[in-house]
Design a protein. Structure first.
Length: 200
């Protein structure tokens, strides 16, 4: 039976990015990344303002200590700088389930192949190392770009949680819940391999 130590901080390495356990030392790079494109101004996402990145790191590390999240800094392998954050969250060791979420990248890294490789690394580790039964994704119903990116991975829509979250601006979020289950991973993996191999 898996325990709370089932998911240990583990670096995951790809060709475009490496995912390394989040640390306070990533603050300056991540503040610069958050300022690229003013992502925190998008009302339907939750991205920290540049001046609040340190607070966000502290919150995520506290959730890690509680066994609820495993946060990563997304590192650009070309220059060694942190360009975003991602996480395993809603960790359910007993049922071998995790959610991938809380993900954001600096605007200049979007639509470059970074997200596909990032999700590939997290999914491969979840299914092939952690032996997960399912990996979940959640996003705002209105966030069409995020929904399309999740569906492009091969995840299927499980349902919509109505009035699920109160957003920072006070509006209610309808949350779309997607998942990939273990029997689907070989097909999803082949698809992601193909996407990453295509010329950009």
């Amino acid at each position: 039976m898996p325990t709370m130590s089932w998911l240990e901080p583990t670096p995951l390495h790809g060709s475009l990015v490496s995912l390394v356990p989040l640390d306070a030392a990533h603050r300056d790079d991540l503040a610069a990344a958050a300022a690229d494109g003013a992502l925190h101004e998008l009302w339907y996402t939750i991205v920290p303002a540049p001046g609040r990145v340190g607070e966000t790191i502290a919150q995520r590390l506290a959730l890690q200590k509680a066994g609820q999240w495993q946060p990563f800094a997304v590192i650009d392998t070309a220059n060694g700088k942190a360009i975003g954050m991602t996480n395993y969250l809603n960790i359910d060791a007993a049922n071998r389930r995790v959610e991938i979420g809380g993900t954001w990248y600096r605007a200049s890294a979007q639509r470059t192949g970074v997200n596909t490789e990032c999700k590939y690394l997290l999914l491969r580790h979840a299914f092939e190392t952690l032996d997960c039964n399912a990996v979940e994704f959640r996003t705002h119903y209105i966030n069409q770009r995020s929904r399309q990116a999740i569906e492009r991975l091969g995840a299927k829509l499980d349902g919509i949680l109505r009035a699920h979250m109160i957003m920072p601006n006070g509006t209610l979020r309808d949350t779309c819940v997607y998942s990939i289950i273990a029997p689907e991973w070989p097909t999803v993996k082949a698809h992601l391999d193909w996407l990453m191999a295509r010329p950009r």
